[in-house]
Ligand binder design. Structure first.
Ligand code: PLP
Length: 455
């Protein structure tokens, strides 16, 4: 094909990004009320630093890091340059029985910031794929050790582990499960740890609820330890409306898993890469899992990528088969994609150079005071915060759960020029870690005003 017909003017697609599309019919939007959205769209056109600009030219403060992704803010020059240069240097290379340098370089860099003993990395393209990959690693690990009967998984109510059949099955959000048949067999769930009666308006970690970890002992007794492969938890869950672990809870899960030879998996897709003031929540909470799933902040949201961090002992188990034999029959065409690797390396450099993980700790006190200042606002029934995560839980309207939360979200966007995330009646907050104190004030002021308006 002649290059003239395929080579378009530079910027043509970017220019299309700046204006509303001629038709919105064909795109079936994910996790969206399509008809409602298309009747009154919210279309983001460009982004820089802490702000989006929408197709109408309004500047929107990003209180959500996109979707828990852009921890270093938007369109960071180093990341943009890395992607552009990599696309022109090596656009794609297979990683099945072939290699290219960047995935190796990136895995070493990730091992440097990982919790001790989690020094091996398996690349995916998303959090959902990371979760399903971790489930398969857990199954194959036990089988390689002669414990192939360990096929069951324990998840948790209210958990979100993405949308693959594995992740959906160990997840605990009824709406995400109920349409899709019997799901994966052999999965059971711990109770969630959200307890407004005892913990409402507690700044930081909930004081009550560590005993909920004993649920695991109950399920182990029910299923028999020898049948259980792994326990999956989000150290802090986001999609369920920010559920925090009670003090001591994760430590207790670790102890119980150790006692029964069960792998503990932390799903750090939202907590990874600085959100709670350390590279990973595992380090912040002082609990090291056997597998850790990540995505989002890994590339600052710029190119899709996920990664499973694997304990050395787990990885080692795979490395004893016959020479020449593939150790793990699993992978994705785009595992370790060169563009994603370049984006991730530039992202890690940006985090390190600007000390953004430390910044999340420095700002956490200010953040906590700002979030908790909304106590007393109409219909606010709980306020939660940890690191640079926040949640404002509103009382549901009678007979219309989620309606009040959605209205706050929509009005904050249209009237307050603020992007937040809504799940049910909870407003979830996760700003880029480059946020300035004045922008924290603005988030809280806009939300305070909006909550009063929708009373
Ligand atoms: N796991 C957790 C804890 C998440 O919060 C998410 C997404 O929000 C996922 C998995 C799924 O990630 P993805 O949407 O990249 O598949």
């Amino acid at each position: 094909m002649g290059s003239d017909s395929t080579h378009r003017a530079e910027g043509e697609y970017a220019r299309q990004s700046l204006q509303a599309p001629a038709s919105m019919e064909a795109f079936w939007m994910p996790f969206t009320a399509n008809r409602q959205f298309k009747a009154r769209p919210r279309l983001l056109a460009s982004a820089q630093g802490m702000y989006y600009r929408d197709v109408e030219g309004r500047q929107i403060l990003d209180g959500a890091a996109g979707l828990w992704c852009c921890n270093a803010g938007h369109a960071r020059e180093r990341i943009v340059g890395a992607i552009q240069q990599q696309a022109a240097t090596l656009d794609f290379a297979p990683t099945f029985q072939m290699g290219s340098p960047l995935p190796f370089v990136l895995a070493e860099r990730l091992a440097e910031i990982a919790p001790p003993g989690l020094q091996h990395v398996f690349f995916t393209n998303s959090g959902s794929e990371a979760v399903d990959s971790a489930m398969k690693i857990a199954l194959a690990y036990h089988r390689a050790r002669g414990e192939g009967q360990r096929t069951k998984f324990i998840g948790r109510e209210k958990a979100y582990h993405g949308v693959g059949f594995g992740g959906m099955s160990i997840g605990g959000l009824p709406n995400n499960r109920k349409w899709f048949g019997p799901l994966l067999a052999g999965v059971d769930h711990l109770r969630h740890t959200l307890d407004l009666q005892r913990n409402a308006f507690t700044p930081g970690l909930p004081k009550h609820g560590v005993e909920l970890a004993e649920d695991l002992e109950r399920l182990i007794a029910l299923h028999d330890a020898s049948t259980i492969a792994a326990v999956f938890v989000e150290p802090i869950s986001g999609s369920a409306g920010v559920v925090l672990p009670p003090e001591g809870y994760l430590q207790r899960l670790r102890e119980i898993c150790d006692r029964h030879g069960i792998l503990l998996v932390f799903d750090e897709v939202i907590t990874g890469f600085g959100r709670v003031g350390k590279a990973f929540a595992a380090q912040r909470f002082g609990v090291t899992p056997d597998l850790m799933t990540t995505a989002k902040g890994l590339t600052n949201g710029s190119v899709p990528m996920g990664a499973v961090f694997v304990a050395d002992a787990v990885h080692e188990t795979f490395m004893h088969g016959p020479p020449g034999a593939i150790e793990f029959f699993h992978g994705y065409t785009y595992s370790g994609h060169p563009l994603a690797c370049a984006a991730a390396l530039a992202t890690l450099d940006t985090y390190a150079e600007e000390q953004l993980f430390e910044r999340a700790i420095e700002l956490a006190g200010h953040w906590e005071r700002a979030i908790q200042s909304l106590k007393g606002a109409p219909n606010v029934i709980d306020l939660r915060n940890f690191g640079l995560i926040g949640a404002i839980e509103l009382a549901p309207r009678e007979g219309a759960p989620g309606a009040r939360g959605y209205e706050v979200f929509e009005r904050a966007f249209h009237e307050g020029d603020l992007l937040v995330r809504v799940t049910g009646d909870t407003i979830a907050l996760s700003p880029p870690l480059i946020i300035e104190p004045a922008q924290i004030e603005r988030i809280v002021n806009v939300l305070g005003e909006t909550i009063r308006k929708v009373e």
